[in-house]
Design a protein around this ligand. Sequence first.
Ligand code: HEC
Length: 142
Amino acid sequence: MKKTIFLLAVLAFISCKKENQPIDKTTESATETYSEGETAQTKTPEELGKSIFEGKGNCISCHQVDQKVIGPSIQEIAKIYKDKNADIVTFLKGNGEPIVDPSQFAVMKTNFPVTQAMSDEELKAIESYILQPFKIRDSIKQ
Ligand code: HEC
């Protein structure tokens, strides 16, 4: 019995040690880890959408808030979807037509396996995140 306890203690000690090391190294990419961890306990759809957009959806690698990188900016997407009263959820399910930059649709299409695997709640959260008014919040860098 004592042996078991001792072994457990050793194991616990080793696993603690292992956990500590990567945490030190990954402090720089902490934003990613943070936004993923946040998913479970976020409150507003916008916050949930942001955490998916920057976390497991990895949308942020192609869509910045206010400038075009590989894909159009979030603000541009929001403007066009509002103007045309179109549905982002439908698009992300793969059931819509591209209306922002159809010439680059093939690039965006590669994400449909990811977005199609998301729940309606997650897709609606992404939509709320994209459609929210960004200007005030993001011009004042937090
Ligand atoms: C590999 C780069 C890349 C990634 C990753 C990416 N996108 Fe895109 N996205 C694009 C490009 C390029 C376009 C422009 C083509 C188009 O309009 O369909 C686009 C367009 C869009 C549009 C506008 C579609 C339209 O009607 O024209 C939406 C909405 C969108 N992306 C959402 C997302 C979301 C949500 C994610 C994450 C799940 C994501 N994107 C990830 C490259 C990407």
